[in-house]
Design a protein around this ligand. Structure first.
Ligand code: P6P
Length: 336
């Protein structure tokens, strides 16, 4: 149930009873993400004013140049989640391995693990384009009080208990689901409070926006090439509009509101796709499905994929359900 001008804190309390299993821990976990979002937002919004731009001179687990804000956001989310003693483990795009949180303490009854992309779209930071944080939350599968292990993180996306993103854009929003629909909260920076601004967000069944890096066109699978040409044909409600920000959270957010589809297929640079299954594809897929959208690797529901590695990548097709169905049909025909 949603009330006008409800704050995120009020929303969490009011909907606590609908969180499966929780004894308030999931609420506290969402609250710690809320605080981290405000802290990171403050730095992101003043990035152009202080010498925090530019690469940190290091590279992350993916061998990509780390931006200083990547490092800062990673540190802040890990710090907030650790200090509140809510989770037993954290995995991050910026960390080679997962981080065990006090899980050698047999009295540690924390049952959640969190996987994060601390600052997605970071290549946009220095050019003042929206970036985002993506998070995914699971219950651990090994007994509480024992050391958290890789198996606790390598779970199918359909096992997620919550997922969401923060978009640091013209306004800062926290959008998340606990399996009961998707709700968006906008930050009032003057008082540091998130207000329910987008209750029950849902993807339109179809749309006229497609988001893909067409610079990779010649390396796309034939079915993807065929779909892009389909989008460009002058027929029926087409041609569609191409909109690609280079920031998954921003493209996803616009497409969820207006209707549309995001595609990151296999390419020459990324033969398995660029996006990471565990902390990009799966959380965005959980949100998409909870918003009546779809998310696939082109051939199967992405949340059915069994992960085998922490940083594994996957092709990713996500958005309005009828548009995802179209892409899968083109891929199926091309693969016959
Ligand atoms: P490309 C950002 O690095 C990201 O992971 C997504 O946010 C974004 O959609 C994509 O990669 C952009 O990749 O290869 O088109 O620059």
């Amino acid at each position: 149930m949603t009330q006008k001008n409800q704050t995120l804190g009020e929303f969490i309390i009011e909907n606590q009873s609908s969180f499966k299993y929780t004894s308030g821990e999931l609420s506290r976990l969402i609250n710690s993400i809320r605080l981290a979002a405000k802290v990171v937002n403050y730095e992101v919004n003043k990035a152009g004013l202080v010498d925090i731009l530019g690469a940190a001179g290091d590279t992350n687990a993916q061998g990509e140049n780390q931006q200083k804000l990547d490092v800062y956001a990673n540190e802040k989310f890990i710090q907030m989640l650790t200090n509140r003693n809510i989770v037993c483990g954290i995995a991050s795009e910026e960390e080679d391995d997962f981080i065990a949180i006090n899980s050698y303490d047999k009295n540690n009854q924390n049952k959640y693990v969190v996987l994060i992309d601390p600052l997605d779209g970071s290549s946009n930071i220095d050019v003042n384009v929206s970036v985002g944080t993506i998070f995914s939350i699971y219950r651990r599968v090994t007994p509480v009080g024992t050391p958290v292990v890789l198996e606790d993180f390598l779970q199918k996306g359909k096992e997620q208990v919550a997922a969401g993103y923060i978009i640091y854009g013209t306004s800062t929003m926290l959008v998340y689901t606990t399996g009961h629909g998707v709700n968006g909260f906008t930050l009032n920076p003057a008082i540091g409070t998130f207000y329910l601004s987008h209750p029950n967000m849902t993807f339109p069944k179809s749309g006229k926006i497609y988001s893909v890096n067409e610079g990779n066109y010649i390396h796309f699978p034939q079915g993807i090439k065929d779909y892009i040409k389909y989008c460009q044909q002058e027929e029926d409600d087409r041609p569609y509009t191409s909109r690609y920000i280079g920031s998954l959270v921003s493209d996803f957010h616009r497409n969820m509101i207006k209707g549309g589809i995001y595609l990151y297929p296999q390419s020459a640079s990324y033969p398995s796709g660029k996006l990471r299954l565990l902390y990009e594809c799966n959380p965005m897929a959980f949100l998409a499905e909870q918003a009546n959208g779809k998310a696939s690797d082109g051939f199967q529901r992405i949340m059915e994929v069994q992960p085998t590695r922490l940083h594994q990548r996957s092709p990713f097709i996500c958005g309005s359900p009828m548009m995802v169905d179209d892409v899968e049909a083109f891929l199926c025909v091309a693969n016959k």
